[in-house]
Write a protein that binds this ligand. Structure first.
Ligand code: ADP
Length: 483
């Protein structure tokens, strides 16, 4: 059987209320009953003191006197008790009620165990149900009266009893008054709990419906929940998640579309030229020219495939970082050296401002080499002949900033936010001289993110661009780096 959250919460609430009121009720009512009994016992003790005083004054010597009859019955009436005077064996000598005095017979009213306690000079108290003489719930107090002579032997016993009916009545009266508030608070509580659980479960139900929609590939459902609590937070996270899923789904679709496009155009031109050579459409004299284009396109294809592999590896984390301390200046010089031929071809000026001494950074040297290489390659591609490329570093307390600046074509402000997206190229025509794939910068960005570092760009159309990325400065403390 499936219990809804609402039913579960109402049941839990009911259980808690019943348990709480039950335990509290038992504890409180017992405490109240004990308190009332103690008050009654204190009354009986006071009454016993008065009777003892009268007996010590010799009232028993005048059993038919007004004092004995009237005085004692008024006394017990005031204390709402019945008084018995018992002999040393526990037999009733006199019984005095509010109505008057009865002479006793040989009826025994206290057993030997109780009498022994009294003979020892101690009081005897008993409360509870009496099924013998009284057949009722009673509070009783027996007090021995000791003679002044004969070594303080017991002369008689003052035995006072009081019914607990009135105590029980007031106890039940209080209980009966408690029922209504308890019952009404239970009803109000159930209504409140149901309302609150409805407010909690409604958004959850909405989320469950929306999740099913997402599972079917429909990401448009936005939850309209604005409660200022954990549910609201959850709904907001849910909306963000749905938005991110929609974005990543779109990116996936675009990615496939882009790859198809990127692969199709070189393959079409390669196969076109090759077929043209085979069927004789292209004359042998032009072979060299077209084979050159085929070669460029093949290189473009292999670059594209390599970059796609790199990007997917960086994104999936298959490329674990192999961080170590190395000299960034030396790495930059090495990368620049690789491009010396291209630099010469384009007659570009190069200004490398690096300190002579080592600048140690803590990073994966292979990955950072890829970053510098991609940025430098772009600077070369997008800077016209005869212009200047500058590379320099700046060291601060914790980081080293590397600047790759060029006097190239620059990037329009509207394009700037997108250059980190896969396959984004400002030059949509992709002139083969630029030979771009639009995957270089996304790879650079991912690698730096993996290092918890940043890359920024400032660019001005027609004037040039400056790419700046940061690296963690190595502080010669091997332990800190786990080396
Ligand atoms: P690509 O393989 O096309 O260079 P990137 O991801 O490296 O791919 O760069 C994306 C686009 O950003 C490029 O196509 C180019 O339009 C622009 N871009 C990158 N670097 C520069 C630069 N130094 N100067 C001008 N434009 C640049």
């Amino acid at each position: 059987m499936r219990f809804s959250l609402e039913k579960k919460l109402v049941l839990i609430y009911l259980l808690v209320v019943i348990l709480l009121t039950g335990v509290l009720g038992i504890v409180l009512t017992n405490a109240y009953r004990t308190e009332l009994m103690n008050v009654r016992l204190a009354d009986l003790e006071q009454c016993a003191n008065d009777v003892t005083y009268l007996i010590n004054a010799g009232i028993l010597n005048y059993p038919d006197s007004l004092a004995m009859n009237y005085g004692l019955s008024t006394l017990v009436q005031n204390y709402n008790a019945v008084l018995q005077l018992l002999d040393t064996n526990g037999n009733i000598l006199y019984e005095i009620t509010a109505d008057g005095m009865l002479k006793g017979g040989t009826q025994k009213n206290l057993d030997d165990a109780a009498m022994n306690i009294l003979r020892g000079g101690n009081n005897y108290i008993k409360t509870g149900y009496y099924n013998d003489y009284y057949d009722a719930v009673m509070v009783t107090l027996a007090v021995p009266i000791l003679s002044n002579e004969n070594n303080g032997e017991m002369r008689c016993v003052v035995y006072l009893s009081s019914g607990m009916t009135s105590i029980n009545e007031s106890y039940y009266r209080i209980l009966s008054k408690l029922w209504l508030p308890i019952f009404s608070s239970v009803i109000i509580g159930i209504v409140l709990v149901s309302f609150l659980t409805y407010r909690v479960t409604m958004p959850l139900k909405e989320m469950s419906i929306a999740s099913r929609q997402i599972a079917k590939g429909n990401f448009d459902k936005v939850l309209d929940i604005h409660s200022n609590d954990e549910i609201g937070d959850l709904a907001q996270s849910y909306n963000t998640m749905a938005k991110e899923l929609a974005k990543s789904e779109k990116m996936k679709r675009d990615f496939v579309a882009n790859i198809t496009h990127e692969l199709r155009s070189p393959i079409t031109s390669i196969s076109g030229f090759v077929e043209g050579m085979l069927d004789g459409t292209i004359s042998q004299d032009d072979y060299n020219h077209y084979l050159n284009i085929v070669s460029v396109e093949t290189r473009r294809l292999s670059k594209l495939i390599q970059e796609m592999l790199d990007l997917s590896r960086v994104e999936s984390g298959v490329f674990p970082l192999n961080k170590t301390a190395f000299d960034i200046n030396e790495l930059i010089r090495r990368v620049v050296l690789k491009f010396s031929q291209k630099l010469d071809e384009k007659h570009l000026d190069l200004d490398i401002v690096l300190p002579e001494e080592k600048t140690l950074v803590f990073a994966d040297p292979d990955r950072i080499e890829q970053v510098v290489q991609n940025l430098f390659d772009n600077a070369l591609k997008f800077t016209p002949d005869g212009k200047l490329i500058r590379i320099y570093t700046e060291v601060s307390a914790d980081t080293v900033s590397v600047f790759v600046a060029d006097e190239g074509q620059g990037i329009d402000e509207t394009d700037l936010p997108y250059i980190w997206d896969r396959f984004y190229t400002v030059d949509k025509a992709r002139t083969s001289s630029k030979n771009g794939t639009g995957l270089g910068l996304p790879i650079v960005k991912k690698i730096l993110e993996q290092h918890d570092q940043t890359i920024t760009i400032t660019s001005q159309l027609g004037k040039g661009s400056v790419f700046t990325f940061t690296l963690e400065l190595y502080k010669n403390n091997k332990k800190e780096y786990g080396l």
